[in-house]
Design a protein around this ligand. Structure first.
Ligand SMILES: [Zn+2]
Length: 459
């Protein structure tokens, strides 16, 4: 006997959509087919609705302290927000402290999230210190333990996160050998520091100068350089939160030549342009890399349609209005990050309904591709045997985003006033109802840590 049977839904996959009933048993998808007659504890009429895989947000920052400022969301509130937006898996970051190992760094984060998370989770390990090269010897153990992605920075030199070019190239090669995908945050550190210094010297301190201190070329140069190395070294690379047209051109060219180069972008780069930094609430949009000009925004949409953008993730990193206001007199002091984990899937699906991309593409970039690239074979699709991470999506719902509807613990959203066509009606995480028509119905501790499978970027 099934636990739940969804009748007469339309399942959406990257390759197309089809009418189907979906049967769930013990947290997994047990049956998929037309007119299933099986008995079930609960029947859900999915007529006129889409049955979508839960989104996999491969870029969130929960319980993080950035320059001494803690993010508004912890593992409970951040994953509660995720669940309510149809995101049933999040991948956060475990930053390696100097001297620490990889398993040690990730283990500490697993301990923080355990018992708190409402949806399943995993961690990319941020590498900051190769221990003179000795850390490379731990890569095999990391892959075997299910840590299949690293993140490296070409920026945040003063914060101790930046990795020197030579070290980054060693990581790329050694990681690839173990099927680990290296994520890179690419911007040019020296260029942006020097631009920041000259703006501050001129008394130019508003949020607009956050953008001008790291505009298109400051990111594009670093994007191009990282792509160039990956090609030369013959290894995969994944650029996180790519936000500029010129960087995307380098990715598109490499992909056209058959190289395993991947770009992630975020909804804030697709919905807004740099003009937001001139608004009175411009500080709320401060994230890094900054939101670029309209030409980049349009290029990113084209990149989604043509396949040069592989994934959409949020970089969810909310701060409160009071925390953001600390940077009122100086953009350097604005904590970097915006809320987004709850609005990502609804926004992308609504954009699909409006014709910007197809619904299939929205499912591909928000669910299927991140699951594949990051080694989560039981996530990202509606298919027998996979986790019953399901979104019952009502394409005819109309929702205007406002803070009171959101489930993050921050006190504002940059998505305020956004008008959406279609919205999740119900969300299931491994078969458990976690969101029901506007209400969070999950609980802390439902989410479990996902041990991942290496080699996703090469399959
Ligand atoms: Zn980030």
């Amino acid at each position: 006997m099934l636990d739940i049977l969804f009748k007469r839904g339309t399942v959406v996959a990257p390759s197309g959509r089809f009418r189907a009933d979906v049967g769930v048993r013990d947290g997994r998808i047990a049956l998929l087919g037309e007119d299933l007659g099986a008995e079930a504890g609960e029947l859900v009429d999915a007529g006129g609705k889409y049955i979508l895989p839960g989104a996999v947000d491969a870029h969130v920052h929960l319980s993080m302290i950035s320059n001494g400022v803690p993010t508004a969301d912890d593992y409970f509130t951040g994953t509660r927000a995720a669940a309510c937006g149809g995101t049933t898996t999040v991948i956060d970051y475990a930053a390696q402290r100097k001297g620490q190992g990889i398993l040690e760094s990730v283990g500490a984060r697993i301990d923080m999230a355990r018992g708190q998370a409402c949806v399943d989770y995993a961690f990319h390990c941020i590498l900051t210190d190769l221990h003179g090269g000795a850390l490379l010897d731990e890569f095999g153990a990391a892959a075997a333990a299910g840590i299949t992605s690293f993140k490296c920075f070409t920026v945040y030199k003063r914060e101790g996160l930046m990795m020197a070019d030579g070290d980054l190239s060693r990581v790329l090669v050694a990681a690839a050998r173990h099927g680990i995908l290296t994520n890179v945050h690419a911007e040019n550190a020296d260029l942006l520091y020097s631009r920041v210094a000259s703006f501050l010297a001129d008394g130019k301190t508003s949020a607009w100068y956050h953008y001008l201190s790291r505009p298109e070329f400051v990111e594009a140069e670093a994007d191009r350089r990282v792509v160039h190395w990956a090609k030369a070294l013959g290894v995969p690379v994944y650029l996180v939160h790519l936000a500029c047209a010129e960087g995307l051109e380098a990715v598109a060219e490499a992909r056209g030549q058959g190289f395993p180069v991947y770009a992630e972008t975020c909804p804030q780069y697709l919905a807004f342009d740099s003009e937001v930094y001139k608004r009175p609430d411009g500080a709320n949009f401060v994230c890094s890399p900054p939101i670029k000009g309209a030409a980049s925004r349009e290029a990113l949409w084209r990149g989604l349609r043509t396949g040069s953008v592989s994934t959409v993730a949020t970089d969810h990193c909310p701060f409160t209005l009071a925390q953001k206001a600390v940077g009122h007199g100086n953009f350097v002091d604005i904590p970097n990050g915006c809320p987004g984990v709850e609005t990502m899937y609804p926004y992308m699906l609504s954009a699909a309904q409006a014709g910007k991309i197809s619904l299939e593409k929205a499912v591909e970039v928000c669910a299927a591709n991140p699951a594949r690239l990051f080694g989560l074979p039981t996530k990202g699709a509606v298919a027998p045997g996979l986790d019953a991470d399901l979104v019952l999506y009502d394409p005819d719902a109309h929702v205007t985003v406002t803070q009171t509807l959101m489930h993050s613990s921050t006190d504002h959203t940059i998505w305020e006033g956004l008008s959406l066509t279609g919205y999740p009606e119900r969300v299931y995480a491994r078969g458990a109802l976690v969101f029901d028509r506007g209400r969070f119905t999950g609980h802390a501790g439902h989410g479990v840590y996902c041990k991942r499978v290496p080699g996703g970027a090469l399959r």
